[in-house]
Design a protein around this ligand. Structure first.
Ligand code: NAP
Length: 292
């Protein structure tokens, strides 16, 4: 069994990004600038945004954090998006999800200028990704693709099973694994209504679990020699931790790992890569790599 070290891979990529940024700046170019909008005080969102700001520092980016209380109106948030769209100093920005219930998330996503949509959630980026055109690709699936590539794990012609069909992970992951220029795999997507889910999983050369159900994937669902990617990060109570919780993956790691050729841990697998790919997208935005 080989452990896929997302933390080390992300650190290496961030160092590469920083090197490129310093070259750009030395040649008189602009330091990439990421803005993050955080609404309310959700513990998970606070941590994610804090880590994104730290990652910006590691990459030599400028960053701006814009905070609102959770009673902000939809109109006020849309005004903020509009200001960021037209601020030429900001190369890319994200609005941290989830948003409070009274705000229509899809409306906010669609208000973001797709050329600054470094999360890759805008329908234009999703559509371009689906037909294989250059665009911002959602960070978690892009991070997984990057791990598979950096670890030299063959995907072409392999059978890939994706558990979960969310817009931010499952669907784009399945799209990318299927496309010729990325995974080039034969892909099956399973969800909460899927029949014979265990049998489907047992066929997988590459199993990607993104359902948010702790320890859902057990050893009897995994083929000998498979590669298992665990996207799940559920906070489960843990009295032994100072925080009172730990992050639990969708895979029952101890029993699944011995059967795998490769497996990602939680934490330290997909999570650090997600933030790292946001940085890569911000670098691309700064370079106007996909759009003018
Ligand atoms: P989500 O929007 O809640 O979607 C979950 C998906 O899993 C849905 O498609 C759902 O099916 C499916 N599902 C739920 N229970 C199932 C079951 N018992 N059997 C089969 N399918 C089931 O979640 P998400 O945003 O994609 O996130 C998934 C997990 O990844 C969460 O733990 C989240 O915290 C984590 N995550 C981690 C990162 C990272 O960087 N590490 C990034 C994003 C998300 P239906 O469609 O039928 O409801």
């Amino acid at each position: 069994m080989n452990l896929i070290d997302g933390k080390a891979t992300a650190a290496a990529i961030k160092a590469e990004i920083k090197e490129e940024v310093e070259k750009i700046v030395a040649q008189g170019g602009k330091r990439p600038h990421l803005a993050a909008v955080l609404v309310g005080h959700d513990g998970g969102s606070e941590t994610y945004v804090k880590n994104k700001v730290l990652a910006c520092e590691a990459c030599g980016f400028e960053s701006t954090l814009i905070r609102y209380e959770d009673d902000i109106t939809e109109e006020e948030l849309l005004d903020c998006v509009s200001r960021l769209n037209s601020d030429s100093n900001i190369d890319g920005f994200i609005v941290q999800l989830p948003l409070p219930r009274h705000i229509n998330e899809q409306k906010v996503i669609e208000a973001i200028d797709y050329r600054k949509d470094v999360d890759g959630f805008h329908p234009i980026n999703v559509g371009r990704m689906a037909i294989g055109l250059p665009c911002f690709i959602s960070a978690t699936p892009l991070g997984i693709l990057t791990l598979l590539k950096r670890y030299g794990i063959p995907t072409s012609g392999k059978k890939c099973v994706v558990l979960g069909r969310s817009n931010i992970v499952g669907k784009p992951m399945a799209q990318l694994m299927m496309q010729k220029q990325y995974g080039d795999s034969t892909v099956t997507v399973c969800h909460s209504r899927s029949l014979n889910l265990k049998e489907e999983c047992r066929q997988a050369d590459i199993l990607i679990a993104a359902i948010g159900r702790p320890d859902f994937v057990t050893a009897d669902m995994v083929k000998e020699g498979a590669t298992v990617i665990d996207v799940g990060t559920t906070r489960v109570p843990d009295a032994t931790r100072k925080s009172g919780f730990r992050l639990n993956g969708d895979v029952k790691f101890d029993e699944v790992a011995p059967k795998c050729a490769y497996i990602t841990p939680v934490p330290g697998g997909v999570g650090p890569m997600t933030i790292c790919m946001l940085m890569l997208n911000t670098l691309s935005a700064g370079k106007h790599e996909f759009y003018n």
